[in-house]
Design a binder for this molecule. Structure first.
Ligand code: AMP
Ligand code: ZN
Ligand code: ZN
Length: 457
């Protein structure tokens, strides 16, 4: 009870100055930027001065638990829907839909049927009367519920970061004819691309690439400052997944265990999706004992914790490689030195989240948050009613300035402190009473009449 009262006091909502502004002008604009494949521990391994300055003025979530499979398309859609992959339907970067018999690949992803099981924030915010924008974010150039964000550009990796942020700034500012957008999402391909090519353990290359990423963050902040947006906007910088180091010594060859004519491979590594051509159980029995570093699942047996079962686009057999292992059909070579997609409990698969702006606390950090929780946080910041989702605001709200939550250790120390003081007071009282009684003993022999006043108190 006491704990509840204290938590209530410490987590109590306090009216903020920003809250007053919001009542008049609506919520502050929100910009979410994703640097693809930014593994959480890059923050410890590389200098990143601009990013560190940003979260020193705001908040940092050291590790985000992303969703399985830890690939680009599923996780980017999770960030803007708050849904696990099985619920939003983008279950992999390569998919087959057995109902429509259609195939999905990056670059061949424009068919609305793939995306329409969920509604991304850039659409939901339109319904609240806001303009929205998305720059190259997966799914943002697709008609979802017959709509796109107010502003977007079709995916083109040749468009530089400077050009992307230039457009996003214009969309945020608006003009005489049109108000600025309230929500903008911006995507950038690095450090994912270099992480795949050279591997996350190639410190020399990754130092250079992460310096470029950090320079881009510096460019973003200066652009916002130059246009008078900094301090009037909330900015979230995050990513979709991390990256694991690969090696040619860690190959799992399917041809060593099963015949290629007996299945279709929909997605290959590190999570392979197979459609058996004959009895799934026979194929599964061969795969179950195929390799010590690969786990085979019949779809119905995929563990609940992965939230990766209830969708027809998840194939009858799923193979999951251990960290750093690659599943191939045959051969001894690898075209990449880094990869992701592995189990989402692995720290190497986790990205981070940093945020700054009037609605965020200053210089605050937490060690972990689920990536599904970012969507309810963004809806809260934009005062947009969230669509049904798998996230929660309970942990994320502690990142907000107006929700000054006490940290748990402080609360526990306070409660223990108060209990200790109470116990000491009770003990002191008891001791005093006993002491008085023991001191009054010798006088009992005086046989004072019962109804007389005691001699000593
Ligand atoms: P992956 O590493 O396979 O999970 O995916 C990352 C790659 O996806 C990036 O290097 C981009 O080139 C590509 N990509 C990202 N967004 C899109 C998009 N909207 N359309 C097509 N390809 C994309
Ligand atoms: Zn990615
Ligand atoms: Zn990637």
């Amino acid at each position: 009870m006491l704990l509840k009262v204290l938590l209530g006091l410490l987590c109590g909502v306090t009216a903020s100055v920003a809250g007053g502004d919001e009542a008049q002008q609506g919520p502050l604009p929100l910009l979410m930027v994703s640097f693809d494949g930014f593994r959480a521990d890059y923050l410890q391994r590389f200098p990143m001065p601009n990013l560190k300055l940003l979260y020193s003025q705001g908040v940092l979530v050291e590790q985000l638990t992303n969703v399985f499979i830890t690939k680009t398309f599923p996780n980017h859609y999770t960030l803007v829907t708050g849904l696990y992959a099985e619920s939003h339907g983008i279950v992999a970067s390569n998919m087959y839909d057995p109902v429509s018999h259609k195939h999905f690949h990056a670059g061949q992803d424009q068919d609305p049927m793939w995306w329409s099981k969920a509604q991304p924030l850039w659409i939901t915010a339109l319904d609240s009367g806001y303009k929205t924008a998305a720059m190259m974010w997966p799914g943002s150039d697709v008609l979802i519920s017959s709509r796109t964000p107010t502003h977007f550009l079709p995916y083109d990796f040749n468009v530089t970061f400077r050009q992307r942020i230039g457009n996003v700034t214009k969309w945020l500012l608006g003009n005489e004819k049109e108000p600025g957008v309230k929500f903008a999402a911006l995507y950038w391909e690095e450090p994912d691309r270099s992480g795949h090519k050279y591997g996350p353990e190639n410190t020399a290359v990754m130092t250079k690439v992460l310096k470029e990423v950090d320079d881009n963050i510096g460019l973003l902040v200066s652009k916002l400052k130059y246009n008078g947006l900094w301090g009037r906007i909330n900015v979230i910088i995050t990513s979709d997944h991390g990256m694991a180091q690969l090696s040619t010594e860690r190959l799992i060859r399917l041809d060593d265990c099963i015949h290629p004519d007996d299945y279709t491979l929909v997605d290959s590594s590190p999570v392979a999706a197979l459609i058996p051509h004959k009895d799934p159980k026979t194929l599964f029995t061969l795969l179950r004992t195929c390799h010590a570093h690969m786990t085979a699942y019949l779809k119905s047996d995929i563990p609940d914790r992965l939230h990766y079962r209830n969708n027809e686009r998840i194939q009858p057999i799923i193979l999951v490689a251990d960290e750093g292992w690659s599943i191939v059909q045959r051969g001894n070579t690898l075209s990449r030195m880094g990869d992701h997609g592995y189990d989402n409990t692995l720290p190497s698969m986790h990205p981070f989240m940093a945020a700054a702006g009037p609605s965020f606390r200053e210089g605050y950090r937490i060690s972990n948050l689920k990536s599904v929780d970012i969507y309810p946080l963004m809806c809260h910041l934009l005062s947009v009613p969230p669509q049904p989702n798998n996230g929660s605001l309970s942990q994320a709200r502690c990142l907000l300035a107006a929700e000054a939550c006490g940290d748990l250790t402080l609360v526990i120390s306070l409660v223990l402190g108060i209990l200790l003081v109470l116990a000491t007071i009770i003990l002191l009282f008891r001791w005093r009473r006993n002491y008085r009684q023991s001191r009054s003993q010798p006088f009992q022999r005086l046989q004072v009449d019962d109804d007389e006043e005691p001699l000593f108190e």
